[in-house]
Design a protein around this ligand. Structure first.
Ligand code: ATP
Ligand code: MG
Length: 365
């Protein structure tokens, strides 16, 4: 499809989710529909806007305004411009960003943070396709493509009355959702390659660091709350400290926030539970050798989702089995202990240890 090479370079990744994002950009770009890019921080919402602009073929500028970064009293002047003398300090007239985006694309980042009063003015601009500078009576026709972005649930803001629903319908004609990085860890290696190449171009004095397979496993299992921006910063930090070197777990460990807590992504946890669901839990009553018999499934897990916090994982299994046994025994500790092959006192100790379970069943046992 035309334009896809440009998009492949702009937005790296081969996962189904990111292919969908690129496809939506290609579908929406040629039409004059307002696009809303949603997704968590650092996931590439601005790249969606740039992709739309480029593929729309519009010859004007790509003009970005961040509603969250500009104090609300200045945002109106920034967007719509002003005439000389219209307020203190306006010593000469200035064009607003809306006018600067004429024949191009206006990207309104963090639209959810736009003050309510300004939302009405923006709605008017969208409806009339004209803009009025502060202190002017004249309406200037403007032709711009609008792309907005938000990391907050703007629909929820609208339901709470904090965002104008009529504006939301206008700006979100076509919504493109950016997945968090933890939902597409299969893209991690490709992203590291692309970001390393970018780093090489911009930081002439350092060589990108790379990672051994064990370290890659840890990177895949990390939850990346700051998404691709966090990954880019992490790569930069590694490359500054270990220019051109291949790093192992020992080197990256101190550089990874939350590493010590052994935090693994929910996805990794979920797929681990899948493996356990198919093997351990189903087979435990049959024989304790069942786990070993099915260890191929675990090997697959480790290939995809390292690492595993064994203690936490075993505790989770234990908690789940105890909860299930108690439920099955209608809260009876004696019967649950029999089903678990434990002495009643052992089960009581474990219920005590996992306080939460004890609380749920205390009244019944
Ligand atoms: N798929 C991707 N391929 C390559 N680089 C990416 C990708 N997604 C994001 N980036 C890079 O990650 C950084 C963050 O992206 P961007 O600014 O578009 O995120 P954002 O969603 O707008 O973040 P925020 O919500 O914090 O404004 C940028 O440097 C961008 O170039
Ligand atoms: Mg952004």
């Amino acid at each position: 499809m035309a334009g896809s090479k440009f998009l492949d370079n702009l937005i790296a990744g081969s996962s189904e989710q990111i292919q969908d994002v690129r496809q939506h950009i290609e579908l929406a770009a040629p039409y004059p529909v307002n696009v809303l890019a949603v997704g968590p921080t650092g996931s590439g919402k601005e790249l969606i806007a740039k992709g739309i602009h480029k593929l729309s073929g519009r010859k004007g500028n790509f003009v970005a305004v961040n509603s969250a970064a500009i104090p609300s009293e200045l945002l109106e002047a920034e967007l719509f411009g002003y005439e000389k003398g219209s307020f203190t300090g306006a010593d000469k007239a200035r064009k607003g960003k809306v006018e600067e985006a004429a024949a191009g694309t206006l990207f309104l980042d963090e639209i959810g943070d736009m003050p309510f009063s300004l939302q009405a003015k923006l709605l008017r601009v969208l409806e009339t396709k004209t803009v009025q500078k502060i202190g002017s009576e004249k309406s200037i026709p403007v032709d711009f493509r609008l792309v907005c972005a938000t990391h907050t649930d703007i629909g929820d803001l609208a339901r709470q009355g904090k965002f104008r629903a009529d504006l939301l319908y206008r700006i979100a004609v076509y919504t493109i959702e950016n997945p968090p990085l933890s939902d597409r860890t299969e893209d991690l290696e490709e992203l590291i390659t692309v970001l390393s190449m970018r780093l090489k171009k911009t930081e002439k004095k350092i060589l990108p660091a790379s990672f051994d397979p064990e370290a890659m496993g840890f990177l895949r299992a990390y939850s990346w709350p700051g998404n691709i921006r966090e990954l880019a910063n992490f790569l930069q930090k590694c490359s500054v400290l270990f220019s051109g070197q291949t790093l192992g777990v020992d080197e990256i460990k101190p550089l990874m926030p939350n590493f010590e807590t052994g935090e693994v992504s929910e996805i990794a946890q979920a797929s681990l539970w899948d493996v356990v669901g198919q093997t351990a839990i189903n087979d435990i009553p049959v024989s304790t050798g069942a786990l070993a018999k099915e260890k191929g499934d675990f090997a697959e897990y480790f290939a995809e989702n390292q690492p595993l916090n064994l203690n936490e994982f075993i505790s989770n299994i234990e908690k789940t089995l105890i909860t299930t046994a108690l439920e099955h025994a209608n809260g009876g500790v004696e019967k649950a202990a029999q089903n678990l092959g434990l002495k009643q006192s052992e089960l009581s100790e474990k219920i005590e240890f996992y306080g939460v379970i004890r609380k749920s069943y205390k009244s019944k046992s």
